[in-house]
Design a protein around this ligand. Structure first.
Ligand SMILES: *Cc1c(COP(=O)(O)O)cnc(C)c1O
Length: 375
């Protein structure tokens, strides 16, 4: 049997976030077992997709759902599906290239465009991006016959300085164009799985399967209005559309469905408190020096429902420095730091216990204490 260390690769303790660069998250035993069972037979993939997507729509209280290969794939599929609906509206879509090439996806102008790289992906669907000032007049002026859809990026960080989904969706809905919400990392709470679509009225919300849901890393979820979800599915594998390269396997379809069921069955308050216990223990064991300050906050990145431990660093020490140090240790540890927000100084680190095991607490504490002693 292989092991990472046998391959010369060091397993990393995840004290930060379910980052793609770290492998997302760790699947539950039942997900792995489900994938193993799924791998043991041939199956009619259309029928399996029907089963999994209907089940997922049902348990997330949505009209329809589609399981794809990640939230990033979801962004491309949604942009392509919006384009398809738009071209179906044109009288002779394929011949009318000039008109077809004008199609635009709308997004707000804002600082979030520097903080997340994902919005750019919609261009893969052959659409142009039109940036809209985040106010009612600008929305009304921007939406015209070339608009195929409006893409929104929720989260307390990304919505800073622009309209929130709660404010923007009612304004955009008046213009009758599809609204797509990229809520890839907006979990927990699990109610967000239906909040953007059923409560706020977005046409589709997109989630990562490999982050908080702890599905296969290569999965993602689209939920929402059945006509648009159907277009997404028609463009995806096994059909030879733009989404053919994003193939979701039978193992991933069933594995994701199992992971989502488990995620929804878990008691969120219990999970929050478990994380809080771990963070409180870390806080009590860290030996502070002058210039260091520690605090556990009851709100997660992007406003999610999870506690975070914040350690403010003395002047001249950056979060990246701490992270580089903890990653270079014999047992590498990934610690969170803020390097993507030009408005915020990189003068602190954070620890998220979502993927941290109680048995890993001592390694984390030791690494941070040793950094503090040396700095
Ligand atoms: C992580 C993330 C994505 C990409 O998700 P994958 O499932 O890894 O493809 C897209 N958008 C946002 C806002 C994200 O946080």
């Amino acid at each position: 049997m292989i092991s990472y260390s046998g391959l010369g690769l060091k397993p990393i303790i995840n004290a930060s976030e379910p980052y793609t660069k770290l492998g997302g998250s760790l699947m539950r035993e039942s997900t792995i077992e489900t994938m193993r069972i799924a791998s043991s037979n041939f199956i009619n993939m259309e029928a399996l997709t029907d089963y999994c997507c209907n089940k997922v729509a049902n348990i997330t209280k949505n009209e329809a759902a589609f399981i794809t290969t990640g939230a990033a794939a979801g962004l491309v599929l949604c942009a392509a599906a919006c384009s398809l609906q738009y071209s179906q509206k044109l009288s002779t879509p394929r011949q009318n290239n000039e008109e077809y090439s004008k199609k635009e996806v709308l997004m707000f102008e804002g600082a979030y465009l520097q903080q997340i790289p994902y919005w750019n992906l919609v261009k893969n669907a052959g659409v142009n991006i039109k940036l809209v000032n985040p106010d009612e007049n600008a929305i009304n002026e921007a939406v015209n016959e070339n608009s195929v859809g409006f893409f929104l990026f929720p989260g307390t960080l990304y919505e800073k300085g622009i309209l929130t989904c709660e404010e923007a969706i009612p304004l955009i809905k008046r213009k009758s164009i599809p609204i797509i919400v990229d809520a890839a990392a907006q979990l927990p709470p699990s109610r967000n799985l239906w909040y953007y679509t059923k409560i706020l009225g977005a046409d589709i919300a997109i989630f990562s399967g490999g982050k908080h849901i702890r599905g296969p890393q290569s999965t993602g979820l689209l939920v929402g209005r059945s006509t648009l979800i159907r277009e997404c599915r028609s463009l995806a594998s096994p059909h030879p559309g733009i989404g053919r390269p994003f193939k979701t396997s039978k193992e991933e379809l069933l594995g994701f469905t199992e992971a989502l069921e488990c995620f929804l069955k878990e008691n969120e308050e219990e999970r929050f408190n478990l994380q809080l216990t771990i963070l409180n223990e870390i806080q009590s064991k860290i030996r502070l020096k002058e210039g260091y300050q520690i605090q556990v906050k009851h709100i997660g990145r992007l406003g999610t429902y999870q506690p975070l431990l914040w350690l403010n660093l003395p002047k001249g020490i950056s979060g990246k420095e701490v992270s580089t140090y903890t990653l270079s240790r014999e047992t590498p540890i990934d610690i969170g730091y803020i390097d993507y927000d030009p408005e915020q100084a990189d003068d602190r680190i954070f620890i998220n216990a979502y993927n941290l095991l109680p048995s890993e607490v001592d390694s984390v504490v030791k690494a941070i204490n040793e950094f503090i002693v040396q700095h």
